[in-house]
Design a protein around this ligand. Structure first.
Ligand SMILES: *[C@@H]1O[C@H](CO)[C@@H](O)[C@H](O)[C@H]1NC(C)=O
Ligand SMILES: *[C@@H]1O[C@H](CO)[C@@H](O)[C@H](O)[C@H]1NC(C)=O
Ligand SMILES: *[C@@H]1O[C@H](CO)[C@@H](O)[C@H](O)[C@H]1NC(C)=O
Ligand SMILES: *[C@@H]1O[C@H](CO)[C@@H](O)[C@H](O)[C@H]1NC(C)=O
Ligand SMILES: *[C@@H]1O[C@H](CO)[C@@H](O)[C@H](O)[C@H]1NC(C)=O
Length: 736
């Protein structure tokens, strides 16, 4: 028994059976757009062959080095200051930055590292950020280099069609010109001209900076539609035999069809079958199993673009011209992209076959500034205006809305509302926080399929989960006392179901996060006493803590407005070695795969933890009975959860995400696979397999050999048949 336990723990720790991920593998499943942003200042380090770029990163300055030869990012780091201007020293060894406080600070121009004790007395600060355009004329889509004395044209070069400004320019006024052009699409195009020919040119796409809204577009896979139609038809037959006959005939027809397509040639048919195998493997083992999914991002400047979640390639980009986008939403049934702006207008675009959106309609939710807008399940918009008014707007006329309850929250309270059939909004309950207490985190339970009603224990008994759907948990922090309160409420009645308090001096300046899963919630916070420590706490809700005791019944018609049974709660706290910046839950298509908690760490890495590791029922090994150890994924309680390199999904990449990044997960067509994206200054997406790739055939699966065996068997039968017939004949001739 003990060996099983050790095996499980070592599996979890990744010491035992796991295969290491190699860099090449890693970069096949993920992608990363390393953004620099808008170039505020471009300098050049001639000897290194690099351009030194200053751009904004939140309220700080990002210092990036771009290879002048091919435009690749060499490295970048965030400076702990805001630079407004820059220059190079005469010997080109140092960069001097002027901060927003008019202070001068020197950096090494090769490494970008800060130089302490630099002597500024010899420095006469003159800005080098703006290129010197005194002898340059921009006319008719060309840049002309003029002689400084005579003003005559020396030579000229064409500018790109979407020219906006010149970010960097260097010329010898004879025949050479280096030019970095900023286009209206936020691309940066570099050209090196020599003797009127372009010797070198590259483009860097910086259109993904300052993302304010995102959504996912899921293009339905027509293959799956056919399969689901067939399954529906099978289910409609009154008896199993008819359904079976239907399945066999459809599959037989399919086989015949593909045989006909290959011209009734067995050889062609077989090679097609085998090729299918290798081709699909070459295309990446799960290229089309994942389904076609795009990540749509909208920037502060109104540029909306779709990126393929598999590889980050841009599918389409368009400039909506809207400077105040609040939210984008995709509605799959009608293939519409909704873009909401802060002034109350919203725009409906139609998307056909994943092509670029076409504007269909402009509407308004009210001529007032909108604080937030969300899409309810029955396709209504719930709008909160900046002046505090809330209302519900039907997206489609004549849509039938049933009575719905929703809850909203802000830093001062939580509010319940009911929406009636005519989309009137009514306030139902309200939780006001005491003075000095503010909301720090909120997590509502999302509607998801129920996979199992209970947790099976080692001795084959069951603990029933508390699966009441209308739950939300929230955290408030009292700034004065640094105490933290964690509450669980019923979102229909506002009733408090459970509450716990932490007195270990919460650090309010570090992030507090919370996620709500099936029958549990997990939150993270940083406490300063007794020693500074990142903590992760899990709270599990059961119908009863007694095994095999069930209180709810299948047939219960629960009246949601009447008091009902409260959950039995157990909770456990863990330490975590890194500061947790963001937390999110993995999503899969059917919700069968064990849930994992995805964590964005302070150091720019992303990792994930299985919920089985973060269990509230883990106890010290000495207290575990033999039966307890038999439970699936049971582990003894250890207060520290180690950070395991194997589960760091960013591998060797360094992400620059910023404070407003969004860590999101979206399901794929495969139950085992979930897509995780972090959208901030950079965009990063990867695939995770929380329970392993159980629904993907390994590339070593030998389809060829399997088919060959079947064929050999058929041939053997074919040759054996005459001799069997002959034997039968002989037997019937035998004279008894
Ligand atoms: C810049 O790119 C070129 C060509 O790709 C390469 O040869 C050169 O070493 C790079 N420069 C630096 C500083 O990495
Ligand atoms: C460009 O022209 C100059 C002077 O006419 C000449 O010396 C030089 O070799 C030329 N360079 C190239 C790359 O053709
Ligand atoms: C809101 O702003 C958009 C552009 O951002 C504009 O097209 C629209 O007319 C404005 N709507 C209202 C109601 O002012
Ligand atoms: C709404 O309900 C009415 C009757 O209750 C029905 O006739 C109508 O088809 C429904 N509309 C939609 C869009 O479901
Ligand atoms: C099964 O195990 C649970 C938890 O260890 C315990 O509470 C329960 O009493 C056990 N039931 C039986 C029948 O042994």
């Amino acid at each position: 028994m003990r060996s099983l336990l050790i095996a499980l723990v070592s599996f979890w720790l990744g010491i035992g059976f796991v295969r290491a991920i190699f860099i090449e593998d890693a970069f096949e499943t993920d992608w990363h757009l390393e953004n620099v942003g808008i170039y505020n200042c471009v300098l050049k380090n001639q000897d290194q062959g690099s351009l030194i770029v200053l751009s904004d990163f939140g309220s700080k300055t990002l210092l990036s080095y771009v290879n002048e030869t091919d435009g690749q990012l060499l490295f970048r780091h965030v400076l702990d200051l805001q630079a407004t201007d820059a220059m190079m020293t005469a010997d080109r060894k140092n960069i001097v930055l002027k901060t927003s406080e008019n202070e001068l600070i020197a950096f090494d121009s090769y490494s970008g590292l800060r130089i302490n004790g630099f002597d500024f007395t010899a420095i006469d600060f003159r800005s080098e950020c703006k290129p010197d355009l005194s002898n340059i004329k921009l006319i008719d889509g060309t840049a002309q280099v003029l002689d400084s004395e005579t003003g005559l044209l020396i030579f000229q070069t064409e500018l790109p069609s979407k020219f906006e400004s010149i970010a960097f320019l260097e010329t010898d006024y004879v025949s050479e010109l280096q030019l970095l052009v900023h286009t209206t699409d936020d691309e940066y195009i570099f050209q090196l001209m020599k003797n009127n020919t372009i010797e070198r040119s590259w483009t860097r796409d910086e259109s993904n900076h300052d993302i304010v809204a995102h959504t996912f577009i899921d293009l339905a896979d027509s293959n799956l539609e056919m399969v689901s139609e067939e399954i529906l038809k099978e289910n409609s037959f009154p008896n199993v035999w008819q359904a079976y006959v239907f399945r066999v005939t459809t599959n037989w027809n399919r086989l015949r069809e593909s045989f006909r397509e290959s011209g009734y040639s067995v050889g062609k048919f077989l090679t097609k079958l085998l090729k299918l195998d290798s081709a699909s493997l070459a295309a990446g083992q799960d290229a089309n199993l994942i389904g076609v999914k795009y990540l749509v991002v909208a920037t502060k400047y109104g540029v909306i673009q779709a990126l393929d979640v598999q590889d980050g390639k841009r599918i389409w980009l368009f400039d909506s011209g809207l400077k105040d986008i609040l939210r984008v939403e995709y509605i799959g049934d009608s293939r519409e992209l909704l873009v909401f702006t802060e002034n109350g207008s919203y725009f409906i675009y139609s998307i056909e076959n994943g092509k670029a959106p076409v504007l269909k309609e402009e509407r308004s939710v009210g001529q007032k500034n909108v604080k937030s807008v969300s899409l309810l399940d029955s396709r209504e918009l719930f709008v909160e205006f900046l002046d505090g008014e809330k209302k519900v707007v039907a997206l489609k006329k004549g849509s039938n809305c049933t009575r719905t309850f929703i809850s909203t929250h802000d830093s001062r309270g939580i509010y319940g509302h009911a929406i009636d059939e005519d989309q009137n909004l009514e306030d139902t309950w309200k939780i006001d926080f005491p003075e000095f207490e503010n909301l720090a985190a909120f997590a509502g339970k999302k509607e998801a399929p129920i996979v199992t009603l209970g947790q099976t224990l080692g001795n084959r008994t069951v603990l029933y989960k508390y699966l009441y759907p209308n739950l939300a948990s929230y955290i408030t922090v009292n700034k004065q006392t640094s105490k933290m309160y964690v509450n669980l409420i019923d979102t229909i009645t506002g009733e408090l179901l459970y509450s716990q308090m932490h007195e270990d001096k919460i650090d309010c300046n570090l992030p507090i996060n919370m996620v709500f899963g099936e029958y549990w919630f997990v939150y993270s916070y940083f406490s300063t006493e007794p020693i500074p420590e990142q903590k992760l706490v899990v709270v599990e809700l059961y119908e009863s803590l007694e095994a095999n005791k069930r209180i709810s019944t299948d047939t219960d018609q629960v009246n949601l407005l009447k008091p009902h049974q409260k959950p039995a709660v157990i909770s456990k706290a863990y330490f975590f070695p890194e500061i947790i910046q963001k937390m999110s839950l993995s999503q899969t298509i059917f919700g069968i795969t064990s849930k994992t908690i995805i964590l964005e760490l302070n150091n720019g890495q992303i990792t994930f933890l299985s919920k089985d590791v973060l269990s509230a029922r883990r106890v010290e090994e000495s207290k575990m009975t033999d039966d307890d150890k038999k439970e699936f994924m049971a582990m003894p309680y250890v207060s520290m959860i180690p950070l395991n390199d194997y589960f760091v999904i960013t591998h060797s990449r360094t992400l620059l995400l910023g404070d407003n990044s969004k860590l999101v997960s979206t399901p794929t067509n495969l139950e085992s696979t979930s897509i995780v994206c972090d959208i901030g200054h950079d965009i990063f997406c990867t695939k995770i397999y929380p329970s392993g790739q159980f629904d993907i055939m390994s590339p070593s699966f030998e389809k060829g050999k399997l088919i060959a065996t079947i064929i050999i068997l058929i041939i053997v039968c074919y040759f054996l048949q005459p001799s069997v017939e002959a034997a039968k004949l002989k037997r019937s001739w035998l004279v008894r």
